[in-house]
Design a protein around this ligand. Structure first.
Ligand code: AMP
Length: 404
């Protein structure tokens, strides 16, 4: 089967065409600045007759997502640089949908009722869900009859028990407004924990795994016997560990305090917490990118040292708390941009965890981006580097639900 995986943002659309039989990526790309001046399609053919691996950038107007999807289809079927002969070769479309609320604990084939339910969750993800729906509508219009599947960022976390997902707030806010912890990056947490069990040659139902998805956005999850029992992101992706530009957990009273001191509105403070905080804020605005921070750290720059040290302690504290909530831990997996490529960050986090029996193999840990066990043979808790692959996970879900 050939599956088109779509990840729609409000002004962007990322895609991959995956051959599910070989799990090869045939082509991938990105439409940027949809609905804005200067929109462009960046397309990379990777398989078939056009397997030249060169990026092709086309600057062209895209007034909306329907135009963007039609340009993607044109690129995929282009005589010279396409990877399929016709649109008919696309057997199914898998969409990343950010928020499924409590309605979805697994992926689903999209119909009108599913779209209504995604719309109902828009309050919880106002930037993402409407964009995801626009992408779904655009694909339905241009590929009528091709099955479409929604894969939710929140679904994997729906197994969390009430005691893990409730906040210490008046219960009526949960009853009236569904204020609770939902968690995000679920596709990645699910993919990485399953892969961890495969690498260790163990049944996931016998394992306690902590996944540290450390990218620009970052979240951790506790996966016990194959089910998520806790996760660090909450009602929104702002809660939890310190991220690239997001604050993660803070004392909520800080919001009022800053608003009063700096004469700011709540929306302005929220903007600071989302876009100007995290390691970017801690480094005094230097960078949200760990490549820059690591370089600064190695030169002894105080702002970079401050950012990395504060970040690593926070992640370590989450891992410690998840070892407590699962009453043990067999494996810790690092994934996503920083987790997969950051030996310094992994080492610093693991130094806090020696009391659990974590022993890092410094040679294995020095590698970047490779799937491997990075703890020593005698480490009581296994530590792994597991590159995530959310697109492949979405393609697999799409095949599972649509293969006749
Ligand atoms: P993601 O959101 O998973 O794409 O992760 C993006 C982040 O990964 C970037 O902002 C960087 O901070 C980090 N990153 C990517 N490559 C490297 C690298 N080679 N070394 C350290 N950090 C990296």
């Amino acid at each position: 089967m050939k599956v088109l995986v779509i990840n729609c943002g409000s002004s962007s659309l990322k895609f991959q065409l995956i051959d599910s039989d070989t799990e090869d990526v045939l082509a991938k790309g990105l439409c940027e600045r949809i609905g804005i001046d200067g929109s462009q399609l960046v397309y990379t053919p990777l398989g078939g007759k056009a397997a030249n691996h060169d990026k092709i950038t086309t600057v062209t107007p895209m007034k909306d997502h329907t135009v963007a999807v039609s340009l993607v289809i044109d690129a995929l079927t282009d005589q010279d640089n396409g990877v399929i002969d016709s649109l008919k070769e696309i057997d199914a479309v898998g969409h990343r949908v950010v928020h499924g609320g409590e309605a979805f604990s697994t992926s689903v084939v999209i119909d009108e009722k599913v779209k209504d339910a995604i719309r109902d969750c828009s309050d919880l993800a106002p930037l993402h869900n409407p964009a995801n729906l626009i992408g779904i509508d655009a694909c339905e219009k241009l590929m009528p009859g091709v099955p479409q599947v929604a894969v939710f960022d929140t679904a994997f976390h729906q197994t969390m028990p009430e005691k893990a997902y409730l906040y210490g707030l008046p219960y009526e806010y949960y009853e009236k407004y569904r204020v609770r912890r939902y968690g995000f990056h679920g596709t990645s947490h699910s993919f990485v924990s399953a892969r961890c069990a495969e690498i260790l040659g163990k049944d996931i139902h016998d394992l306690k795994i902590i996944v540290a998805h450390l990218g620009n956005g970052a979240s951790l999850s506790a996966v016990k016997n194959g089910e998520c029992v806790d996760t660090s992101m909450g009602l929104t992706p702002l809660e939890g560990v310190i991220m690239g530009t997001r604050s993660g957990d803070i004392d909520p009273a800080i919001m009022q305090y800053i608003a009063d001191k700096d004469n700011k509105t709540l929306n302005e403070v929220m903007d600071i917490l989302n876009k100007k905080s995290g390691v970017l804020g801690l480094s005094g605005g230097f960078s949200s990118d760990f490549r820059d921070l690591e370089a600064g750290y190695n030169k002894g720059e105080a702002n970079c040292i401050r950012a990395i040290e504060t970040y690593c302690l926070r992640v370590a504290k989450y891992i410690g708390s998840y070892a407590a909530s699962m009453n043990g831990v067999d494996a810790i997996c690092f994934t996503a941009g920083v987790g997969e490529n950051g030996p310094m960050v992994r080492r610093k986090i693991c130094e806090y965890l020696e009391f659990l029996g974590v022993k890092l193999d410094s040679e294995a840990n020095s590698k970047r981006g490779e799937e491997m066990i990075i703890s020593t043979d005698d480490s009581k808790v296994k530590v792994l580097n597991v590159p995530t692959n959310e697109e492949l996970a979405i393609a697999r879900e799409t095949v599972r639900l649509t293969r006749g």
